[in-house]
Design a protein around this ligand. Structure first.
Ligand code: SAM
Ligand code: MD0
Ligand code: SF4
Length: 359
């Protein structure tokens, strides 16, 4: 005899696959699941939803963390201003250019240019960003690669200039849509300003990525609120990452989250947003964590980093970088083991074009 939880799970998953909007109560129900067999069912449904929109094609993003200086004090982040336990770097325009070109050559679909809110750029407003914008324009003109900017809450004028320079994506993660929790995580930063800058970016024609952290004191209710906020925002790419405790930060001792939570949230995101991009980040568990994230319904592999370039990751400063595990040649066999393949450049470009014409 099927128990009532299993019967309910089957109904909810069926409803999700028919793309009927799930109720708050149904989403909360999914978030309480923890048994292996229940999770397997959710992941299976998520993969079906992914196949409907993306067949067996996976997108791959290169990551260039070009400055690890930051004026902010995010409680969860290694790179917060007052953490003096690490050596920071700021890559030159030439180094940014060279890394971007080598990533493009290796076959990534997007180059994600990321930094802390580095005062070198932020203290001089427009003029501080001028050379970076020219560099980005040059990368775009010479490679036509889709570009993502993850540079924090950049001034409005700068955002417009990035758009004119040909940047396609603007990524700034709220981490949570519970303003109280936000203020404990992103100390001293405005919730509204961060949210509004994303909306402005969308209106300016950027595709936008919204992101969550889990394992930072987020409740199931918070998560359902986040899914609703992501829907309202119309985010084109949505992500979740497990919090990884960082030495020298206030959250160093914070209790770690069960690994299945990120996977379950990825799968629920896939069911709620079947046609969006959802990353499996190599930044949390490295290459060994990739298969689980793909099995949960992710369709983008993020954070490909060329070895020997002196570049860091975010939630794991050096994991898998120098040994070359964050490269396309290591990712492709994992895709193949799961019946997946890297999409072509044209397939990615087509997705971007379709998505832009919708908004
Ligand atoms: N400085 C910019 C910003 O904060 O928007 C761009 C950097 S963005 C790559 C930093 C993101 O990495 C954060 O929004 C957060 O989601 C994630 N992150 C940072 N520290 C983390 C940690 N310790 N564990 C997991 N994810 C983390
Ligand atoms: C990643 N480490 O993709 C990167 C980063 C920023 N846009 C992305 C969190 O996993
Ligand atoms: Fe700075 Fe971004 Fe880290 Fe916050 S998450 S401290 S803004 S680098």
């Amino acid at each position: 005899m099927m128990d009532s939880k299993t019967a309910k799970l089957d109904i909810v998953l069926e409803k999700a696959l028919q793309e009927t909007i799930l109720s708050r109560e149904e989403l909360l129900f999914l978030l309480t699941l923890s048994e292996e067999s229940d999770l397997a069912k959710v992941f299976n449904a998520a993969r079906q939803a992914r196949t409907r929109y993306f067949a067996n094609k996976i997108f791959i993003y290169g990551f260039v963390y070009f400055s690890t200086y930051c004026r902010n004090e995010c409680a969860f982040c290694l790179y917060r201003k007052s953490n003096h336990s690490l050596k920071r770097y700021r890559k030159t325009d030439l180094e940014i250019m060279e890394t971007a070109l080598s990533l493009v050559k290796s076959g990534v679909h997007v180059v994600d240019l990321t930094m802390g809110e580095d005062p070198y750029y932020f203290d001089n407003r427009e003029s501080g960003f001028e050379r970076l914008i020219r560099t980005v324009e040059l990368i775009k003109k010479s490679t036509e690669i889709p570009i993502m900017i993850s540079a924090g809450v950049v001034p409005e004028e700068v955002l417009r200039e990035f758009r004119e320079a040909g940047v396609d994506w603007y990524a700034t993660y709220q981490e949570t849509h519970n303003p109280d929790l936000y203020h404990k995580l992103r100390l001293g930063q405005s919730y509204t300003e961060r949210m509004e800058r994303k909306k402005l970016a969308h209106n300016l024609g950027f595709l936008i990525e919204e992101g969550l952290l889990t394992g930072v004191g987020d409740t199931d209710d918070d998560l359902v609120n986040s899914l609703e906020a992501m829907r309202d925002l119309g985010a084109d790419q949505v992500r979740v990452m497990s919090f990884v405790p960082q030495k020298g930060t206030p959250m160093h001792q914070f209790a770690s989250v069960s690994p299945h939570r990120e996977l379950l949230i990825i799968a629920i995101m896939r069911l709620v947003f079947p046609d969006r991009l959802i990353p499996a980040s190599l930044d949390v568990d490295g290459l060994k964590g990739l298969a689980d994230r793909l099995n949960a319904g992710a369709n983008v592999v993020t954070s490909v980093i060329p070895p020997h370039s002196g570049l860091a990751g975010v939630s794991n400063h050096s994991l898998d970088i120098e040994d070359g595990n964050r490269t396309i040649s290591r990712i492709t066999p994992v895709l193949a083991q799961h019946g997946l393949v890297a999409a072509s450049k044209d397939e990615y470009a087509e997705w971007v074009l379709n998505r832009k014409s919708r908004s």
